[in-house]
Design a protein around this ligand. Structure first.
Ligand code: FEO
Length: 170
């Protein structure tokens, strides 16, 4: 059994994961509109991955016999600027998620709640990979600047991301 305070915090984090999914779905739609079909594919897979993250919190709350409290999901923006700006906003979002997960980990340690701490360490590790992958994409986009052919090549590469590689590539 986890504390009421921790259950509340995990419910909030679950909501943020659902928001992440929503944000990436919006980024996918934006990239589709801009004819970056590869990036749209990449963000759609990211959307699915975030749903899995939210479900991981959901399952944990159920396992711990805590109350699941579903809240409204904030509305994401519709426009993100260039492909570079879209990925930069993705990175900023992930950095914010990392900070939240670190704070939650601190709270779990303060409460000596090691089960929750273990759950959160999975997420903390996942964040390292997520930030690294997005940073890598940003570096590539910066490298080609506004060169149309270069952007096309990057978009093509982003289009090769598959659901099975999503766990390691997102
Ligand atoms: Fe579930 Fe990308 O944070």
């Amino acid at each position: 059994m986890i504390s009421k305070k921790m259950a509340k915090a995990l419910n909030e984090q679950m909501n943020k994961e659902f928001y992440s999914a929503y944000l990436y779905l919006s980024m996918a739609a934006y990239c589709s509109k801009k004819d970056f079909s590869g990036a749209a594919n990449w963000f759609l897979l990211q959307y699915q991955e975030e749903l899995q993250h939210a479900t991981r919190f959901y399952n944990y709350l159920i396992e711990q016999d805590a109350t699941v409290s579903l809240k409204e999901i904030a509305k994401p923006q519709k426009k993100f600027g260039s492909l570079l700006e879209t990925y930069q906003q993705s990175l900023e979002h992930e950095q914010m998620m990392t900070s939240m997960l670190n704070n939650l980990s601190n709270d779990a340690l303060k409460e000596k709640d090691h089960a929750t701490y273990n759950l959160l360490q999975w997420f903390v590790n996942e964040q390292v990979e997520e930030e690294a992958n997005v940073s890598d994409i940003i570096s590539k986009i910066k490298l080609v600047k506004n060169d149309g052919y270069g952007l096309l090549m990057i978009d093509n590469e982003l289009g090769q991301r598959t659901a099975t590689s999503a766990d390691s590539a997102a």
